[in-house]
Write a protein that binds this ligand. Sequence first.
Ligand code: AMP
Length: 211
Amino acid sequence: MKLVLLGAPGAGKGTQSTNLSVKLSVPHISTGDIFRANIRGNTPLGVEAGSYISKGLLVPDELTIGMVADRLSQPDCENGFILDGFPRTLAQADALDKLVELTAAVNIHVEDEVIVDRMSGRMVCPDCGEPYHTAYKAPVAAGICDRCGGKLIVREDDKPETVKNRLKVYHDQTAPLIGYYGEKGLLVTVDGTLAPEQVTEAILAALAERE
Ligand code: AMP
């Protein structure tokens, strides 16, 4: 299965990608995670990308497309992958079409008000990437990652002023992809306000129907 996951920031793309990656035995490729790993490693890509990410802006297409093309050329992607956070612009979608033939584009639909509410409690483990939320998925010990013991942080771009900007960028630049994939007959839309396991089930059921 070669899937892309669409949805506003905070719609649950990361959680669903992790679940689907296990169920479908294909790698989960998150452009946000790759950028953050580069920022942590202080690589040239990280330095350049970081200046956009901290403002809630998209990293330029040339940088992002090159990075994804490189990742998709690796052998573990031969039998499929789940792209989380890519494409985010029509230019990226066009570039992806030239690289691979997608099975489907899954749109996780969540209204803006719910997104703002969700993102205001988000935390993440900087060491292993596990996501948490003060209301929906609190760690057992406050501020500590259940999985690896790392000290949880609020991502710079999950701070309220940046969240507003990210939502605007989503509506302006990424939401048009819903129409793009709809026209190609690749779109599957699920209700992202259901419990995470139910969203996963809904995605798997919708994909099975298409087979
Ligand atoms: P995410 O973890 O997917 O929410 O991504 C975090 C940030 O990384 C985004 O707000 C963007 O600044 C940047 N980013 C991630 N994926 C892309 C992409 N496909 N194109 C441009 N910027 C991206």
